[in-house]
Design a protein around this ligand. Structure first.
Ligand SMILES: [Zn+2]
Length: 322
């Protein structure tokens, strides 16, 4: 992976431009063609990449312009899933909940075309985020497999196919997004087995992103996951979880969430430098990846951009010190 110290990256999502949301709506109503919609996605991704490069982000992703959310987006392309109508998750937010109704199997490439497009439009390093099997199953109905565990392992095989395909396409950094793991600490063994199956024979730098939840329930067991990096949110929790990770030697690299994605307030460069310094209590600077707590998509694009600018500036200034 990157040789640069304190490399900056993003967790994944980025605010969609208003015009893109409008076109997505019109496309769903059949008012514009697939061809125009495809062009719109490509143009929005180019804009995201330009912004991230301007901000100084070292390791890029496409802002997930094509993803509406992180479960059915993948389930729609995997054999054995059926998508039900929208279900309410919290407040007035809805999502299309998938159901497993048959044996799960690899059908379409999930992220490989997005990677290939990105490879053509940036010279920077690229990280590909994909939702983990544990989280997809946890957020779906299981109407086929005897147990949730069986369903998770079957889906992990599908994800494994995709990850191997990514590596064949030239990808060397993959992030598995598995936020549901922190909500069921009693199933951490199943989650670990799932990651083992999904990453078997995958020759790339591997990270896992787990946001929210109580990390004390996952640590130190999560150190046994076969990944190179653990990516966590810290800022929103006011860094109190640092103490948890000090108890046992942190034997992985850390993806250190140093910018809060739940507040519009843009942290200053000095503040973010102080935040990043807190990571050094857990891991040597050479093992620290600098990123926001989570995806930035719920912020306005102006705020998201300013946060990235200050985050990258903070990392740049800290490189002189460490
Ligand atoms: Zn997250």
């Amino acid at each position: 992976m990157t040789k640069k110290i304190l490399p900056t990256t993003v967790v994944g999502s980025y605010p969609k431009p208003k015009w893109l949301n409008q076109l997505i709506g019109e496309h769903a109503e059949g008012k514009i063609s697939d061809e125009i919609m495809e062009r719109a996605y490509q143009d929005s991704i180019k804009a995201v990449i330009k912004e991230h490069e301007l901000a100084g982000v070292d390791i890029l992703w496409d802002g997930e312009m094509r993803r509406e959310e992180m479960t059915s987006y993948f389930a729609e392309h995997i054999d054995g899933f059926k998508i039900y109508g929208e279900v309410r998750v919290w407040g007035n937010n809805y999502y299309k909940k998938p159901a497993i109704v048959d044996e799960l199997g690899y059908r379409d490439e999930l992220t490989i075309p997005d990677y290939k497009f990105l490879r053509k439009i940036t010279k920077n390093e690229i990280k590909v985020p994909i939702t983990g099997a544990y989280t997809i199953v946890d957020w779906s109905f299981n109407e086929f497999y005897k147990t949730k565990e069986d369903a998770i392992y079957a889906l992990s095989e599908v994800i494994n196919e995709e990850l191997k395909g990514l590596v064949r396409s030239g990808v060397n950094y993959i992030q598995i997004d598995d936020p549901a793991i922190s909500t069921h600490p009693d199933e951490i063994e199943i989650a670990k087995n799932s990651i083992e199956i999904a990453t078997r024979g995958v020759n790339a730098y591997l990270g896992i992103h787990i946001c929210y939840g109580d990390y004390s329930q996952l640590y130190p067991q999560v150190l046994e996951f076969p990944v190179d990096q653990l990516d966590f949110e810290f800022t929103n929790k006011n860094f109190r979880d640092i103490e948890i990770f000090k108890e046992y030697e942190f034997t992985k690299d850390i993806g250190f969430g140093c910018v809060d994605v739940h507040t519009k307030r843009v942290e200053s460069v000095e503040e973010i430098k102080d935040n990043i310094r807190k990571a050094f209590a857990i891991v040597e600077p050479k093992g620290v990846y600098v990123d926001p707590d989570c995806g930035l998509k719920l912020l306005s694009s102006g705020v998201a951009f300013e946060k990235l600018v200050n985050m990258c500036q903070a990392a740049e200034e800290l490189r002189e010190e460490v």
